[in-house]
Design a protein around this ligand. Structure first.
Ligand SMILES: [Zn+2]
Length: 185
């Protein structure tokens, strides 16, 4: 019976990517980390506390035309992508897209492979809008805008498309009123 090559005492049970042999469950749990273990079924990414990422409050956004126009770029791109893909995304998908953008802008390590293609494409689409239209805005502000959008989308999420309906209605209108995003529609 092969012994675990890490502790050299228990029986090895789990094929380990890191040591290239079979390790015991205890050593697996203790030595697991993001660098070596990504892709292993025993490894799970630590849950990120997106709610603790710096964010504007809805009160700070309300009536602040500058901040609202930044939010419109992001939500406008979400709307366009949603229309182009046949309006099949749920509110939870919108939350995930925004969280992936927070991965990108705040945690700096978005892994596209962890998301389904439609989500990963949405992330790329909205990120392109951010690069094109918000290039002069600091990353810190973008993170806080993403934070408030996530908060709003999450609050609306009841398993359906409440958040999507709201942004189609209001962001569409606001952009129609001329904030310079007409070329996207
Ligand atoms: Zn061991």
């Amino acid at each position: 019976m092969a012994k675990c090559p890490i502790c050299n005492s228990k029986k090895g049970q789990r094929q380990c990517l890191k040591v290239g042999g079979v390790v015991c469950s205890l050593c697996c749990g203790i030595t697991r980390n993001a660098e070596s273990c990504l892709g292993c079924t025993y490894y799970q990414k630590p849950k990120r506390l997106y709610g603790e990422v710096p964010a504007y409050t809805t009160q700070q956004m309300d009536g602040n035309q500058e901040l609202e126009s930044y939010g419109n770029v992001i939500e406008g791109a979400l709307c366009t992508y949603d229309i182009e893909t046949g309006e099949i995304l749920k509110d939870s998908d919108a939350v995930r897209v925004i969280e992936a953008l927070i991965d990108l802008h705040y945690f700096k390590d978005y892994q596209q492979s962890c998301d389904s293609p439609i989500i990963a494409d949405a992330v790329a689409y909205v990120e392109k809008a951010i690069e094109d239209d918000l290039q002069e805005i600091s990353n810190q502000i973008i993170v806080k805008i993403l934070g408030v959008i996530r908060f709003v989308a999450k609050r609306r999420d009841k398993g359906g498309r409440d958040y999507w309906n709201i942004i189609h209605q209001y962001v569409g209108l606001r952009i129609g009123n001329g904030i310079g995003l007409m070329q996207r529609f």
